[in-house]
Design a protein around this ligand. Structure first.
Ligand SMILES: Cc1cc2nc3c(=O)[nH]c(=O)nc-3n(C[C@H](O)[C@H](O)[C@H](O)COP(=O)(O)OP(=O)(O)OC[C@H]3O[C@@H](n4cnc5c(N)ncnc54)[C@H](O)[C@@H]3O)c2cc1C
Length: 218
């Protein structure tokens, strides 16, 4: 007979104390591997579940789960903090949670980090675009931007980018200056949407190709 089925009030009291001190509900002392595996499986399922109430700013992905690349670090951290406060399950250890104010540099990117890195790539591509691109280069650049608009990991950002392109903002790729300005305008469209100030597109080349005229990048 499993120990937990023994009707000893003193034992029950002991298990209550164990549970209140460790957060671990009493386990049969002679739990078989199958029972342990079942309990661990249940715990994993509970850990995987999506919180029913998402904090403001957490965006769900197409799979219905929170999309890290679409969400700011602050919103993500407030969600994970909320999850940490759930009652602990069978084998979970209570991990003291402190909310960091900034993401570690070696964690998956949030929407802002991904955005900054992506704009760096995109503007640097325009900075290195030929002054006289061949028809093939122009066509491949359009293809790249079209695929980029479909594959950008922040799907809400990608949707808005495609919508902006369709609103009469087809990529202008006939030469470097045109492409650089077009990218600057694409970036400004996002800046405006996010309530940020617009960048002066007359200075896109200083920012991304030559460095500032005052020589501070030299
Ligand atoms: C295609 C795309 C769509 C996005 N959509 C969203 C969205 O819907 N919601 C969201 O929260 N985030 C979105 N982002 C991320 C967002 O644009 C920013 O990258 C993020 O908010 C971080 O902003 P930041 O202030 O650090 O600087 P960023 O906006 O990333 O800019 C980086 C640097 O680029 C320079 N810069 C700024 N504007 C311009 C410009 N117009 N032309 C040239 N250089 C410029 C500045 O020196 C700036 O420091 C998107 C990113 C991309 C690539």
């Amino acid at each position: 007979m499993p120990t937990t089925q023994i009707d000893f009030p003193i034992l029950q009291q002991f298990f209550c104390v164990v549970e209140s001190r460790t957060g671990l509900p009493p386990q049969p002392l002679d739990a078989r591997p199958a029972q342990l595996m079942e309990a661990q499986k249940k715990e994993r399922q509970e850990d995987d579940r999506t919180p029913k109430q998402l904090p403001k700013g957490v965006v769900l992905g197409p799979d219905g789960k929170p999309c890290r690349s679409c969400t700011s670090f602050a919103a993500w951290a407030s969600m994970t903090k909320q999850q940490d406060q759930r009652p602990t399950t069978t084998f979970s250890k209570q991990i003291a949670s402190t909310t960091p104010t900034a993401p570690r540099p070696d964690c998956p990117p949030d929407v802002d980090q991904l955005g900054r890195s992506t704009w760096t790539l995109l503007h640097t591509m325009t900075a290195n675009y030929p002054e006289r691109p061949s028809p093939t280069q122009q066509s491949e650049t359009r293809q790249f931007l079209s695929l980029f608009g479909k594959m950008y990991p922040c799907w809400v950002c990608a949707d808005d980018f495609r919508a902006w392109v369709k609103e009469g903002n087809e990529p202008r790729v006939s030469n470097r200056e045109e492409f650089g300005r077009w990218m600057c305008e694409a970036h400004n469209a996002v800046n405006v949407k996010l309530g940020k100030s617009s960048f002066d597109c007359n200075r896109w080349e200083e920012r991304w190709r030559t460095g500032w005229k005052d020589g501070s990048c030299d």
